[in-house]
Ligand binder design. Structure first.
Ligand code: SF4
Length: 315
């Protein structure tokens, strides 16, 4: 899977002061599963080291000014941002991770200055804005937000689901393949967005008799939108309770009670999600419940990332 990353987060000495902002989660964990495509529009425009820049709101027009001289550098940064965007266009990306607070890379986190030098709110950096306009459905996050266990878990689940869809689409699928794809993602989608999950089921059901190309287009839009939604403890709990129903004939009363207690402890943030999930996984294996074992909800990404082992990965 390919991820575009602000080059300074990869440890490249490319910031305005010649330093970097290496992010260990990206370089030491995501690197095991991803190929990184680095970008740095400021280095392309001004070289390194360089004077720092800021966003300035001039009567509604967002400009880029040098902090040192006050010179307007907007055109140069926009040009190199477009160049970097063209570079990304040639890649099959599954996500972008931006450096937070940067006037080029920040996602709604770059300080906006007024002409009088005061600050007023936060905005997208120049390059982040272009990316959001060009790739509205592509997973995107900032490294700062990814320190939050809940946002990290949601983002990682999203990029792996996005990658799964892209691989599926590239496999020249037929209708039966789409049914299969939807089936294995059912509970993950339900934990993201119940309404979209049902709409996707209706799309696959195709009672209107649309062409497969039309179905695939509608499904892609719905799927990529659904995986961009954040899961919640409430939604995840509903799915877990639903999964327990698969074993209603096999489990003893006390086994069911134990499982319900685990789910309730998860909902009360006493134990992490991995606990009830592992129990469900164990029963699915024991009773050969293939339908559950195939669900991406149980294994949405490599388990070594251990993101569901954190109490704070649920909200
Ligand atoms: S935040 Fe963006 S523009 Fe600034 S050094 Fe990092 S990659 Fe370059």
């Amino acid at each position: 899977m390919k991820l575009a990353i602000s080059a300074c987060l990869l440890g490249e000495n490319i910031r305005f002061d010649g330093g970097h902002k290496r992010d260990r989660f990206i370089t030491d964990q995501l690197s095991d599963f991803s190929e990184f495509i680095p970008f740095c529009p400021e280095d392309l425009a001004f070289g390194t080291p360089r004077p720092s820049v800021r966003l300035v709101n001039i009567q509604g027009d967002i400009r880029v000014h040098s902090n040192k001289t006050g010179d307007d550098l907007t055109d140069a940064l926009q040009q190199t941002s477009r160049n970097e965007l063209s570079k990304l266009d040639s890649q099959s990306l599954c996500g972008i991770i931006f450096k937070s607070k940067s006037p080029s890379c920040g996602m709604k986190s770059a300080k906006m200055y007024l002409e009088n030098g005061f600050t007023e709110g936060k905005e997208d950096g120049v390059f982040a804005r272009l990316c959001r306009e060009r790739y509205p459905l592509l997973p995107m996050e900032e490294e700062g937000r990814l320190e939050d266990a809940w946002l990290r878990e949601n983002f990682v689940m999203q990029i792996f689901a996005y990658d799964a869809y892209e691989q599926f689409k590239a496999s020249s699928p037929a209708m039966a393949d789409l049914v299969r794809f939807h089936t294995v993602h059912k509970f993950m989608l339900q934990a993201k967005d119940e309404k979209l999950y049902r709409e996707l089921g209706n799309i696959v059901g195709n009672r209107e008799g649309f062409s497969f190309e039309a179905i695939l287009g509608m499904y892609e839009l719905g799927f990529k939108t659904a995986i961009s939604r954040k899961s919640s403890i409430k939604k995840t709990r509903n799915v877990l309770e639903h999964l327990v129903g698969f074993f209603k004939k096999e489990l003893t009363k006390s086994e069911k009670e134990t499982l319900h207690t685990q789910i309730s402890d998860y909902a009360n943030k006493i134990i992490p999600l991995i606990v009830p999930l592992s129990t469900i996984h164990l029963y699915a294996q024991k009773y050969k419940t293939t339908y559950l074992l195939d669900q991406t909800f149980l294994n949405p990404y490599p388990k070594t990332l251990a993101l569901r082992s954190h109490i704070n990965s649920g909200k």
